[in-house]
Design a protein around this ligand. Structure first.
Ligand code: COA
Length: 415
């Protein structure tokens, strides 16, 4: 069976996490992704957070599956020539260097267009045009600058960054969508174009509901579904809402049996309006069904914390899985707090290819997250990340370089 992006060739000039996330997705959809790295060191993440000495880290392997790797010094004239050949040969160049690095290397957008007018040039930068456009940016900087940190955590604590890599992997996802969209437009226009994603923008896009709440707060002075509402204390900006739901159905994280010893013995419980009578029956509070102080979503708003405390008395008598089983019978929306260990061992995630075991010649078998986007006509088979420069000779030969030329480039330490 052919793959969705079969025939698309990607010059992958990405490193660390944001760019590699994007090109890994494209590779999973069938693109030929050629990762260009500096000889000797390669992508810095190969050596970061290593769990086995001198072996590519999990950080690297888990972001660079299904790619080929070539080494190339793109600052030397002979290396630039190879890069030019690659630009002529590929459909998309993806990069996430610091601002201006590609220009300094001699490969401006104008120059790339001269070499290949059909090429799509896709970039991740920390910020778009503006006061911070020249800054280098990592994940948590983007989370802080994009509104996530200010709105995450509890009201009485400092801003908190989330474990989900919304700055890096979030930007990579946005960029991947931009690339396939540009590829689609190219089928009509015949031309390439620039695709740019700023990490701040990607995080802000994912924090869209908080900008919604900012405007609701500006207008009304309160946010009724926030835990602060019971005390009525709001400032000028959207406060941190703890575990409150981001939507119109109030929710909170509640303790379950064993919470004293197990930091993940919790359940997310949503008091969906439609399920209110069922909730009252399950927790033994039938009187709340018709009591005007509890019967309607509006009446419940100032009492949410009290209501969740009462529901918690019930959840504390059950494990999170027992509570799930009971609540699901009544269509009460809820979710267990699953630890990484539980997720790694979850058979259904293995069955769908969302958690995959991959074998690596130097590190042996390891787990990774497979493609979370499932295409029925383009299934993903996750293959291991390449060793540094593993495909240099193969790719150069495909580009028309002779064995002698390749040997010379190696002698001159260009590859
Ligand atoms: N051959 C020769 N030189 C190469 C090369 C190659 N194959 N690959 C990269 N380089 C050079 C670059 O041209 C650059 O040179 P210059 O500074 O002289 O112009 C240099 O290596 C370093 O690149 P840079 O991107 O500045 O790396 P860094 O490690 O200092 O910074 C980031 C890392 C992530 C902070 C930075 O790249 C960045 O801000 N990227 C954009 C935002 C982003 O994606 N951040 C998230 C990362 S997960």
């Amino acid at each position: 069976m052919s793959k969705a992006l079969e025939g698309v060739r990607i010059l992958d000039f990405t490193h660390v996490q944001s760019g590699p996330t994007c090109t890994q997705l494209l590779a999973w959809f069938g693109a030929d992704v050629i990762k260009v790295e500096r000889a000797g060191e390669g992508d810095a993440t190969r050596a970061q957070l290593r769990d086995i000495p001198d072996v590519d880290s999990l950080y690297f392997t888990m972001l660079n599956h299904n790619k080929r790797s070539i080494t190339l010094d793109t600052k030397r004239p002979a290396g630039k020539e190879v890069l030019e050949t690659l630009i002529r040969d590929c459909d998309v160049l993806v990069e996430n260097f610091a601002p201006g690095a590609l220009d300094r290397m001699g490969f401006s957008w104008e120059r790339i267009q001269e070499l290949n007018p059909r090429m799509i040039v896709a970039s991740v930068k920390g910020f778009g045009p503006g006061p911070y456009e020249h800054c280098k940016v990592y994940e948590n900087v983007a989370q802080c600058a994009g509104g996530a940190a200010a709105t995450t955590g509890f009201d009485d604590g400092p801003p908190v960054v989330t474990g989900a890599q919304i700055g890096d992997s979030g930007s990579g996802l946005h960029l991947a969508l931009g690339i396939v969209t540009a590829l689609y437009q190219r089928t009509v226009s015949g031309r390439g174009q620039r695709v740019q994603t700023a990490m701040q923008d990607a995080v802000l896009n994912l924090c869209r509901v908080k900008l919604r709440d900012q405007q609701r707060l500006d207008r009304n002075g309160v946010l009724e579904e926030y835990p602060q509402y019971a005390n009525g204390t709001f400032g000028e900006s959207v406060p941190r809402a703890g575990n409150a739901s981001g939507g119109g159905q109030p929710g909170w994280i509640l303790k379950c049996k064993g919470w004293e010893d197990d930091s993940n013995a919790y359940i997310y419980f949503i008091t969906q309006a439609a399920a209110w009578p069922a909730i009252c029956r399950v927790i033994g509070r039938e009187a709340w069904i018709d009591d005007p102080a509890y019967a309607t979503p509006r009446a419940r708003l100032p009492r949410l914390m009290e209501i969740f405390a009462t529901i918690q008395e019930w959840t504390k008598t059950l494990t999170k899985f027992e509570a799930m089983d009971i609540l699901n019978k009544y269509d009460i929306p809820c979710g267990p707090i699953l630890s990484m260990k539980e997720l790694a061992e979850e058979p259904s995630l293995r069955a769908t290819g969302t958690i995959v075991e991959v074998d690596h010649p130097e590190r042996g078998p390891y787990l990774t997250v497979g493609n979370p986007i499932k295409l029925s006509d383009s299934p993903t088979i996750v293959t291991r990340s390449p060793l540094l420069g593993e495909h240099t000779d193969e790719v150069l030969a495909q580009l028309g370089y002779s064995g002698e030329q390749i040997a010379r480039l190696r002698e001159e330490r260009v590859i």
